[in-house]
Design a protein around this ligand. Structure first.
Ligand SMILES: C[S@@+](CC[C@H](N)C(=O)[O-])C[C@H]1O[C@@H](n2cnc3c(N)ncnc32)[C@H](O)[C@@H]1O
Length: 279
């Protein structure tokens, strides 16, 4: 057993991740495989593979990016910590003979330096205990001149709003560590020798109840209620910069009726897409 508190924290974080993405494997994978096709195609356009590349999808989940990249590269690995995610990734890539699922930790990837022409990752950095270390590890395994494609949620540049947003995210999902503002991503990338080539910021509107469902929670669950309380508290002055707005109250007795009369809430996440080149 290690006596390093840092390692213990990291192991605790990995256990939270495995628990969350095993518990919600089906609902999460069904959602992202349907809803993130457009987002994966946007990352594909930003990275623009030519077909001869050896690529890696880091924290691949159910192969959200890898299955879209596979027809456009020579080979693509999908690395993830959670076996349930890798099982689904394998199911989703049947017939794609250039995909390989790899169990591993982003912070200590089982590859030598300068192995890949392309590394991509989506919605992963905000689940990691150390974003700088993860980006450093990605830079290490990329060849010089290789490309990094990234998509992640970002928070406001205003520190109190960023904190409130992260508090809401953690109430919903204990495996969320910290979403970063765009400027911090750019600073961390520059520090590990990844030069941003293209960058896009896109709004991602969603509804609260559906967002909670993909984390495994429904009305009445403690995590649902705690997250909703925080989101509602952020409404005056939009304190978490999530632009929340109450929707029309649900029709009672309708097919999609909620178990209580509270209206759903619309909110808007902000996503950062970028491609960067290793110097
Ligand atoms: C929000 S999901 C994103 C999955 C996929 N990239 C997508 O966009 O749909 C986060 C993924 O990161 C994985 N993950 C979290 N921490 C990890 C780590 N330290 N090493 C490897 N995978 C990790 C989880 O198992 C999960 O599949």
């Amino acid at each position: 057993m290690s006596s390093s508190p840092e390692l213990n924290d990291s192991e605790k974080q990995m256990a939270l991740v495995r628990d969350r993405f095993t518990r919600t494997a089906q609902v999460f994978a069904d959602y992202v495989l349907h809803e993130r096709v457009f987002e994966a195609e946007r990352v594909l356009r930003l990275v623009a593979p030519v077909g001869s590349e050896r690529a890696l999808d880091v924290a691949c989940g159910p192969a959200t990016l890898a299955r879209i990249f596979a027809p456009h590269v020579r080979w693509i690995g999908g690395l993830d910590l959670t076996p349930a995610m890798l099982e689904r990734a394998c199911k989703e890539t049947v017939g794609l003979h250039n995909f390989c699922a790899i169990r591993g930790n982003v912070l200590r990837m089982p590859f030598g330096g300068e192995t890949f022409d392309i590394v991509v990752t989506s919605y992963s950095i905000h689940h990691l205990p150390d974003a700088a270390a993860a980006l450093g590890e990605i830079a290490r395994i990329l060849k010089r001149g290789g490309r990094f494609g990234m998509l992640d949620m970002i928070v406001s540049e205003d520190a109190p709003a960023a904190k409130m947003c992260n508090d809401i995210e953690i109430a919903r999902d204990a495996s969320h560590t910290r979403a970063l503002p765009a400027s911090e991503f750019e600073r961390l990338l520059a520090a590990v020798g990844l030069r941003v080539v293209r960058r896009e910021i896109i709004d991602h509107p969603r509804t609260f109840d559906q967002w909670m469902r993909t984390a495994g929670w429904k009305r009445g669950d403690a995590a649902y209620e705690a997250t909703r309380r925080l989101l509602e508290a952020s409404i005056p002055h939009d304190r978490a910069a999530l632009r929340p707005k109450f929707l029309e109250p649900p029709e009672q007795g309708g097919a999609n009726a909620f178990p209580d009369a509270r209206p759903d809430i619309a909110l808007v996440h902000t996503a950062l897409y970028l491609s960067a080149e290793k110097q």
